[in-house]
Design a protein around this ligand. Structure first.
Ligand code: PGA
Length: 260
């Protein structure tokens, strides 16, 4: 796991890396599709704005399949705060991509367990995730893998913690009672199987989670710590998010840019 602390725009840096990876894939093309896993949440809005801009300048998604990390259970797909709506509004409505190339968990499936098993299977059939982009929760969650999630967990139904429900209430008129309490999420095991992972972290609210990510021992109390053993994870943080990480740790884990 590496730390990239930047004064640049985290969304721009992440979008640039995705662009580079897609273009390299297209020029070598060892399999039909580049498999990109995508997050939702406030931090990712800027990432999508930059990706849409790159698309307008010529970046093609013709050889990309996407898998979103999570979705609420029981929220209608067309609800403005569903992750289906978020992705359409921030990204998919603005790029040329076939519907068949987009995968988002169906939180209204009649059989949620089967939905999760099929999702995991579909990822495997595409050859696994090439690049997974995630945000991080204040409690260290990655996707909706809340504290105490098993490090080898796969795609599944989860209950959201009160911390996450409170953090997400801002999207539901600040009314906690409107926030769904369950979700479908890819697992920490699914994330660990991705060939590369980028976690974006901005603002002081993420500082404690990043402290645990880099300074603490691996523990399910802080799900992000599972990534300490992932060979190619980059955590891209702004100054505020990296504020609690010690100088020594920054020297040990810090990179000024991505490694090739
Ligand atoms: P945020 O969410 O980008 O809205 O802070 C990130 C997350 O909870 O994973």
């Amino acid at each position: 796991m590496y730390l990239i602390e930047t004064e640049d725009n985290v969304g721009f840096l992440t979008a640039s890396y995705i662009k580079n990876r897609i273009e390299t894939f297209v020029s070598t093309k060892s399999k039909p599709y580049f498999v990109l896993a995508l997050p939702t949440g406030g931090t990712s809005v800027d990432l999508y704005r930059n990706l849409v801009k790159f698309h307008q300048e010529g970046l093609s998604f013709d050889k990309v399949v996407t898998f979103n990390l999570d979705e609420y259970v029981g929220l209608p797909e067309n609800h403005p705060e569903s992750y289906h709506s978020f992705m359409a509004k921030n990204f998919f409505d603005h790029i040329k991509i076939q519907k068949e190339q987009i995968n988002i968990l169906n939180g209204n499936a009649a059989d949620l367990y089967k939905e999760c098993a099929n999702y995991e299977e579909k990822i495997k059939n595409y050859g696994g995730i090439d690049l997974l982009i995630g945000g991080i929760g204040q409690n260290g969650h990655i996707a909706f893998n809340e504290p105490e999630s098993a490090f080898d967990s796969s795609t599944r139904v989860v209950n959201l913690t009160s911390n996450t429900i409170a953090a997400n209430a801002r999207f539901f008129n600040n009314d906690i009672s409107l926030v769904p309490t369950r979700a479908l999420t890819v697992g920490l095991g699914t994330i660990m199987n991705a060939k590369e992972v980028i976690i974006m972290a901005t603002g002081p609210k993420k500082a404690q989670a990043l402290y645990h990510a880099f300074e603490d021992k691996q523990s399910t109390a802080w799900p992000v710590t599972v990534l300490q053993k992932h060979p190619r994870t980059f955590i891209i943080a702004d100054k505020a998010a990296a504020a609690e990480i010690s100088k020594t740790t920054k020297q040990n884990y810090g990179l000024c840019s991505f490694i090739n």
